[in-house]
Design a protein around this ligand. Structure first.
Ligand code: 5AD
Ligand code: SF4
Length: 439
């Protein structure tokens, strides 16, 4: 989401005649786009800001430093008054105001706009992607979140949920296709509640699939509470809608889920996973998990381990609970699981997850996948890397293949994170049959 927001900011600034530079030393203005989701995200921002304060001194004050994004709203007063670290503070709904705020700074004023909006979706702004691989892009389809999970600061920092009109999303997909992009991830905090007045998320996904049959469509993130069967059918039927779903569970225990204000049970979650796998053969899944949420007992933690062992996710993002200001958990519950226990539980779930991933990846050996080449492998110039439809990273010999190609690859080896394979031939979504993978 922040990468996508930065691309919107790029567009607004470049419209004003500004140009990106590669090194902070060469910049006249530096913006730090910030995240508040956990304490350690915020700590990293504070450290960066201190580095930039030193840089500003080296440049005899000829540097403007601004904070964008979620942290802006939360700590604007602290940032500007106490720490003297920054000149500009701009929240996620106020980027259109950047040119005016920059001129306030030029006039010697501190500039702040952290007002949240009920409407802003930046629908008409064409993001400028200065830092991607030219193959895969993010497209934001909605902003904000109304779910109010007890642990989460997003509803406070990003405001109310609002959907960007489908027409402007589909236009952007067409432009990306014209520019040669081969994969798009549709982004929102809670995509299943997408509603622009005329389209549900399932409608949008169907229309997105029709823009370019050779462009893969992914999305992040849905909420388990309202996953429509219609959407699963559409994903299963359209070859370019990817067979991979990120479906955050957060915990495997019903009492914890209730304290978290996640309106589903472990049993309902299992039913959903079963339905997904029934409708979409070969589907891979990933999840988000929090360990050590307020009041979590050893038994409740065990339930998370067993949930993860039963579902067998192909990928998991796992976090120790971190209390955030203004959330329901902060106001109502005590953050009472000691840090060392949170960390121990986190390493337990990570360890189990790595074993599961390795086991699942071993089952891939011998299968043939359609891989979209993203670029050169990190390990060797002689090798390319790219993802399967099911979102697994595959590394294979370069031969004559290029970035942006779809290549059929037979999997020959793996680690818990990556598959290795032998390229067979160049192909396309339409030529390749998904049954080849599950056969
Ligand atoms: N502490 C730890 N993890 C959190 N997340 C959200 N809020 C917190 C928090 N306070 C995690 C959730 C969410 C992901 C984006 O970040 O798992 O799905
Ligand atoms: Fe946060 Fe819950 Fe909204 Fe996700 S659905 S952004 S976890 S409040």
């Amino acid at each position: 989401m922040n990468v996508s927001d930065t691309e919107i900011v790029n567009s607004i600034l470049m419209e004003e005649g500004m140009e990106p530079v590669n090194e902070p030393e060469d910049a006249e203005i530096i913006f730090v786009n910030t995240c508040s989701i956990r304490e350690n995200a915020e700590e990293r921002v504070w450290n960066r800001l201190k580095e930039f304060r030193a840089l500003k001194r080296d440049k005899d004050g000829n540097l403007t430093v601004g904070v964008l994004g979620c942290m802006a709203e939360r700590i604007r007063d602290k940032i500007i008054e106490k720490e003297q670290l920054v000149d500009l503070v701009v929240g996620p709904d106020a980027y259109r105001d950047l040119p005016k705020l920059l001129s306030d700074v030029d006039d010697g004023r501190k500039a702040v706009n952290t007002i949240l909006s009920l409407e802003e979706t930046y629908a008409d702004i064409k993001p400028i992607r200065t830092n991607d691989n030219g193959v895969s892009a993010f497209v934001t389809i909605m902003r904000g979140c109304d779910n109010m999970c007890a642990f989460c600061v997003v509803p406070f920092t990003r405001g109310r949920e609002r959907s960007r009109p489908a027409e402007s999303i589909l236009d952007e997909l067409q432009q990306l296709s014209d520019q040669g992009y081969r994969e798009v991830t549709l982004l929102g905090q809670n995509v299943n509640s997408y509603d622009d007045g005329d389209h549900s998320f399932a409608d949008l996904m169907y229309k997105a699939s029709q823009v370019d049959p050779e462009m893969r469509i992914r999305f992040s993130s849905p909420h388990p509470k309202d996953f429509p069967e219609e959407l699963l059918e559409i994903i299963s039927e359209q070859p370019n809608l990817c067979n991979y779903i990120h479906i955050p569970a957060q915990s495997g225990n019903n009492a914890v889920l209730e304290r978290m204000r996640r309106p589903y049970t472990r049993e309902q979650y299992f039913d959903l996973v079963e339905k997904m796998r029934d409708i979409i053969p070969g589907l891979t899944l990933s999840t988000d998990i929090i360990t050590g949420f307020c009041g979590e007992t050893e038994e409740e933690h065990e339930d998370t381990l067993t949930l993860m062992a039963k579902v067998k996710y192909d990928l998991a993002y796992m976090f120790a609970y971190s209390e955030r200001g203004r959330t329901l958990a902060q106001r109502k519950y005590e953050d009472d699981v000691p840090e060392d226990i949170k960390k121990r539980r986190l390493s337990e779930i990570i360890k189990q997850q790595m074993e599961i991933q390795e086991e699942l990846n071993k089952q891939e050996i011998g299968r043939r996948h359609l891989v979209l080449v993203e670029g050169t492998s990190k390990r060797s110039d002689e090798q390319l890397c790219g993802r399967t439809d099911t979102n697994k990273m595959v590394v294979f010999d370069r031969k004559d293949f290029q970035k942006g190609d779809y290549v059929e690859v037979t999997i020959t080896d793996c680690t818990s994170a990556t598959l290795m394979g032998e390229p067979v031939q160049k192909s396309s979504i339409q030529e390749f049959s998904r049954e080849t993978v599950t056969a």
